[in-house]
Design a binder for this molecule. Structure first.
Ligand SMILES: C[S@@+](CC[C@H](N)C(=O)[O-])C[C@H]1O[C@@H](n2cnc3c(N)ncnc32)[C@H](O)[C@@H]1O
Length: 219
């Protein structure tokens, strides 16, 4: 009974997001799609499934991000998080990095159809394997919804650490379903700042689906 009550609760939340947050002219982003369905296949690359509509907005609340910040969604899929980040915050720039052009094409349509709603109009959608993506020297917020694991995640982490070495700065890493969080912490560059569940802060020890990390202050 408890299991079905929980399912009912989360399904209702999902439906509420589709009903009240999704703009009318936003193409469907709700259905999960495997990479095989769009002609791609790699053991470390994970399938498309969207973040909750309000996850990013609630995760960023209170972090003080603004016009000095550049937001990058690694594995940006059909653009739901890119849209919500650009819609809700006056970032300097919002970037989506996605390996599947088929998903990026949907994201492009979604952003173009809703550009008038965005607080940040500088939105870039790049089709590339994230492991090959050069980290922008001004990137200060990185978002991951479990897009890839293994060596691909390690390569991106290495690129981020190298970028921090070249240009030391405060950086947030927001990681939903953070299966490789231990490797992120093992870089010695980040500490856990907070966790959220259903978009709400649950404290660092709570069971959250999304973890927020921040760079350690310089010694
Ligand atoms: C779980 S979905 C998250 C989508 C979006 N960020 C969101 O939260 O709504 C993961 C995405 O990562 C993409 N992906 C997987 N491997 C990738 C890689 N090596 N480089 C870039 N994107 C990748 C997938 O195609 C998929 O769209």
């Amino acid at each position: 009974v408890r299991g079905s009550a929980r399912d009912f609760y989360w399904n209702s939340r999902r439906r509420a997001g589709e009903l009240f947050v999704k703009p009318r002219n936003f193409e469907d982003t709700a259905q999960a799609v495997t990479l095989e369905e769009v002609g791609l296949d790699h053991p470390d690359w994970n399938y498309y499934a969207p973040s909750g509509w309000l996850w990013i907005k609630r995760a960023l609340r209170g972090l003080g991000v603004g016009p000095g910040d550049v937001f990058v969604d690694f594995g940006s899929g059909k653009g739901r998080v890119v849209y919500q980040a650009a819609r809700s915050f006056r970032f300097k720039r919002v970037v989506g990095v996605e390996v599947a052009e088929a998903f990026n094409a949907v994201a492009r349509t979604n952003i173009e159809a809703n550009r008038h709603r965005l607080k940040c109009r500088d939105v870039e959608l790049v089709t590339i394997d994230a492991a090959q993506y050069p980290i922008p020297p001004d990137m200060t917020v990185a978002y991951f919804y479990n897009p890839f694991g293994g060596d691909v995640f390690r390569a991106v982490l290495r690129n981020i650490v190298d970028s921090l070495d070249r240009a030391p700065r405060r950086m947030y890493v927001i990681y939903a379903n953070p299966l490789m969080a231990d490797e992120l912490l093992a870089t010695g560059r980040f500490v856990l700042h907070a966790k959220t569940r259903g978009g709400h802060r649950v404290g660092r020890r709570g069971r959250g689906e999304l973890s927020i990390f921040v760079t350690k202050p310089a010694p």
